[in-house]
Every structure is written in C-alpha cells, then in structure tokens.
Design a binder for this molecule. Structure first.
Ligand code: FE2
Length: 329
C-alpha cells in the first residue's frame, strides 16, 4: 500500500505531482456528536423532532466506542485519502459542528479528507459560520479549480478527482429529502466532462442515494432522475453515498459503461443486522496506459472483539458488478 502524503503538502503540490495509484477510504453517517446539553431556543423549530428521536432511539444505535474503533483501524490501514459522505452530527447544532470539526482534525488534515454534508448537518436554516462553515477547508475545492461555488467541489489527488455534491437543504419536518438543484447539476456536468478530459478517475460523493426509487419516498433525492441523467451522459467511475444506514450496491448504465453506485451503513452503528453493521470501504485506484482500474475491500465491526476486521479482501469493482447483476438477474 502506498505511503500517505505528507500532511504538510499543499493542495497545489498534490495536484502538480499526480501519482498513478491512490488508496482511499469511504465512511459515512458517523453521527458522532451529542446534542446535549440543549436549551429551549435550540429546539424551537424542527430540531425538537430530531432531538426527541435521538433521545428515544438513535443515541443507543450510534456508539462512540464503535467510531473510535473505526478510526483506530482506519489509521492502521494508512489510506492516502478519506471520503466522508455526511451526517457527522445529530441535529446540526453549532456545538455539534464544533465537536465534529475537532473529530475531523483528529482524523487527519483537510488536504487528506473530503467531506460533503448530510441532511442532519443542515437540519434547519442556521448561521453558516457557526455550523457547516466550520468544516469549509474539508469541503472546499482545490485552489485554482474552475468551480465558482462550494459545490460541486473538485479535489484532485493522484489519479482521482473527488467531486463533492451537496444534496442537503433544510427540508420540512418529518421529511429527510435532498435536492441537488439545477445550478449544481449543470456545474456537475461540466466538472465531470472536464475531469474526464484530464484522464482522471471521477469519484462522486453525495449524501443521498441518487438512483431513482432506490429509497423511501420520505427520504428520497427529489431530483434523482435529473441527477442520474447527468451521471449517465457525462459519465463517472464511482458514486459513493450515505443516508440509508445500510449497504446499497447499485449500478447505472452510462455513456462510459456501467457506473457503480455504492452506499454504506453508518460508521458508528451498533446494529447486528448484516446490512446495517458498522463498516467502511477501501478503494485502490490505479491508472496506466490501459486506463483506470478500481479494486475494493470492506472492513466491518466485529462485536466480539470490539474491533474492525476485514470483511471482503481486495476485488475488482467489475467483479462486484457482475455478482450484482447475477443477483438481480
Ligand atoms: Fe444518517
């Protein structure tokens, strides 16, 4: 496994000296913060529902010992980069966002970690600087990139372009829907085509699953069809998402071949159901004269040892896709 980049490397130096292999990890929905203590003003909106849900049920599902075990295991694997697809918090309170910032700093430097927000991180309209803005350097595009807005973000590391898409907005009570929006979709199409022209492996990070009808109506991506139309026409190499708190392995047919769309269980879930057990994935991307190759490995929480262990050894993405098609056939 290649050695991790020097944390003191600037984004610029990482871009100007691309390597032909990169190993990165994907984790999602750690829900690692506690909204306590809260006051009445904090909950004088939709947050009261999320807070009660956390008190009633979610606090027992998302365990700090599991996310700590994951980070220990992740550091031992020494990936070059880490992708986090949102829901670091419970109800997006400023105190939670500060705690999540501290957690990110302990996980690694912002040059080495790419974050997109989840719906719990933007639960209601809240002052940007006191909430999501605290994670800016973990979300922002490389200096000098063509993107004018925060999202879609473009972060190039070796042969990989991490393309961050925000699907979150303060949705109405009792919903957990997402939306990419027309402006961001149009920018996404340009970014996908531009990074393709540069021969980069395009890894799209988004919180909500973008495959239409793949998840509950109440929690769906509202413009999944329009977003998928762009992924199909402009192409990508991999789409990684969270939100569902369960394994979801899908494929989209695109102009450039079958596109894997992989979702993960929560990184902190103390759930024994197979699809919901805490896990993270590792991806190895290599680029040579024949093109781009992606292999994949999975690590899962073992309740008996209270440690993460290998669940699936390195396999090519195309092998998984074939197995997936056989399952669905
Ligand atoms: Fe979540």
């Amino acid at each position: 496994m290649p050695s991790p980049p020097n944390p003191s490397d600037s984004n610029e130096s990482l871009r100007s000296a691309p390597r032909d292999e990169l190993v990165f990890a994907h984790l999602t929905d750690p829900h690692l913060t506690r909204p306590d203590p809260v006051n009445g003003a904090d909950l004088a909106n939709k947050r009261i529902l999320g807070y009660l849900s956390w008190r009633r049920r979610r606090h027992a599902i998302h365990r700090s010992d599991i996310i700590e075990a994951l980070v220990t295991d992740l550091h031992a694997q020494t990936p070059d980069h880490i992708a986090v697809t949102g829901d670091l918090t419970q109800i997006g309170l400023p105190g939670e966002c500060r705690d999540a910032r501290t957690w990110l700093e302990n996980l690694g430097p912002s040059a080495k970690i790419s974050v997109v927000p989840g719906n719990h991180d933007q639960y209601v309209d809240a002052p940007w600087k006191e909430t999501l803005g605290l994670w800016y350097d973990y979300m922002a595009s490389d200096a000098g990139s063509a993107s004018n807005e925060l999202f879609p973000s473009i972060r190039v590391r070796g042969p990989v372009a991490f393309i961050g898409v925000s699907s979150v907005y303060p949705c109405p009570p009792l919903l957990a829907t997402g939306r990419v929006g027309k402006t961001q979709r149009e920018a996404l199409e340009k970014v996908l085509r531009e990074t393709s022209d540069r021969g980069l492996c395009r890894v799209v990070l988004i919180h909500h699953p973008p495959v239409p009808d793949s998840y509950k109506w109440r929690k769906r991506l509202e413009d999944a069809r329009e977003t998928c139309a762009i992924l199909r026409s402009a192409g990508a190499d991999l789409v990684l998402h969270g939100h569902t708190h369960r394994l979801m392995l899908n494929e989209l047919e695109s102009e450039t071949g079958n596109l894997p769309v992989f979702g993960l269980s929560s990184a902190s879930a103390g759930d024994h159901e197979f699809e919901r057990r805490a896990r993270y994935f590792l991806y190895r991307v290599s680029r040579d004269d024949h093109g781009i190759g992606i292999t994949w490995s999975s690590r899962v929480f073992d309740p008996e040892s209270a440690e993460f262990r290998m669940e699936s050894d390195w396999r090519s993405i195309s092998q998984i896709a074939r197995a997936l098609r056989a399952d669905q056939g």
